[in-house]
Design a protein around this ligand. Structure first.
Ligand code: DAH
Length: 340
């Protein structure tokens, strides 16, 4: 029995020493000291020993138990420390690794196009002028020769704030403001927001953007207007782009023209964007009506001028071949970040 005890002791100590994980220590403990463990089995068998040997053997078994327990404890501490170190090593953060990607922002396509529009005219010597979006009827209509009974003043088209105050329905009131406060020569553009009581659809929005242009000086002719818009069209959309003037009517210009640009999509061949015509209507323009000049305090016998108003949304759809106005307002990043 003594021999067996020694054997168990040596074998178990060796097992404990060689255990690789805290979990296997537990198995060893159960195998030696558990209810059905080897050592426990030996203790039970002591009943068969002659009584005089029992105390000695009991002492021996207890020694072995104590030795094993001490060894188990020691080894458990070692393994726990090793496992902790391994966990810490696995959790190490490498601060030199690249961080998560942060998407770079981009300008809204309309802002890109508007900046370009402004750049082109600034390059031709124009000055950028701002005007109020909440505007007097006087500037939005009266000084622009829009008589009281003109359909454009109908409450259906224009948002009225008060009897004589509107949300400007066009950027043209900036012309009137500039002409009443400055002396020629005048060469300005005025981009900004305008409002009309339209239902939103693929080509309409109750809020949209225009850019107004005005030139007043001696001897300004329709040829200057045509040359200016031709140059603008080429710089904006490319060399092959031309302008086409169609006779039209605006109360504040005489003569007036609707101006088409060569369809940038098909280069004039005819496609869906231009409904097969090869042209896209982009702006209204004309020679400033002498009546408007006089109302604004400019001598129409000495000075003449041209003016134009173009849609910024229109220009953006044209520039990027975008089929529906709504894309510009929906703030879908998948759409917006395509333009840089
Ligand atoms: N204000 C006009 C519109 O909103 C556009 C326009 C046409 C502006 C002719 C002008 C112009 O300055 O001369 O439809």
């Amino acid at each position: 029995m003594e021999k067996m005890l020694r054997e168990i002791r040596e074998r178990m100590l060796k097992n404990i020493e060689e255990a690789k994980a805290s979990s296997s220590l537990e198995q060893i403990r159960v195998a030696a000291l558990g209810k059905k463990g080897e050592l426990t089995g030996l203790l039970r068998g002591m009943g068969k020993l002659p009584p005089e040997e029992r105390p000695k053997m009991g002492q021996l078994v207890n020694d072995v138990r104590a030795a094993l327990e001490a060894k188990l404890e020691e080894r458990a501490a070692e393994l726990a420390e090793r496992e902790k170190q391994a966990r810490l090593a696995a959790e190490t953060i490498d601060v030199t690794l690249p961080g998560p990607e942060r998407g770079a922002g981009s300008l809204h396509p309309m802002n890109i196009v508007l900046s370009k529009m402004v750049d082109i005219f600034v390059g031709m010597g124009y000055e950028v002028v701002d005007g109020p979006e909440v505007e007097y009827d006087h500037y939005n209509f009266e000084l622009l020769n829009v008589p009281k009974n003109h359909p454009a003043r109908d409450a259906q088209d224009t948002f009225y704030v008060e009897d004589n105050i509107v949300l400007r329905s066009q950027t043209s009131p900036v012309q009137a403001r500039v002409m009443t406060t400055r002396k020629p020569p005048i060469r300005i553009i005025s981009p900004g927001r305008v409002y009309r009581a339209d239902e939103a659809d693929a080509t309409h929005s109750p809020v949209f953007h225009q850019m107004e242009g005005l030139v007043i000086d001696e001897n300004i002719t329709m040829g200057d207007l045509k040359g200016t818009l031709d140059e603008f069209a080429r710089q904006m959309l490319g060399q092959g782009i031309q302008t086409r003037f169609r006779p039209s009517f605006f109360p504040f210009t005489e003569p007036s023209a609707e101006v088409d640009l060569t369809c940038a999509n098909c280069k004039g061949a005819g496609c869906r964007m231009c409904k097969g015509t090869g042209w896209i209507e982009v702006l209204g323009a004309g020679m400033v009506n002498p009546k408007v000049l006089e109302m604004c305090g400019i001598d129409s016998t000495k000075y003449s001028g041209f003016a134009f108003g173009m849609g910024v949304e229109r220009m953006t759809l044209l520039k990027y071949n975008i089929p529906n106005l709504r894309y510009l307002y929906e703030n879908d990043l998948r759409f917006l970040t395509q333009y840089r």
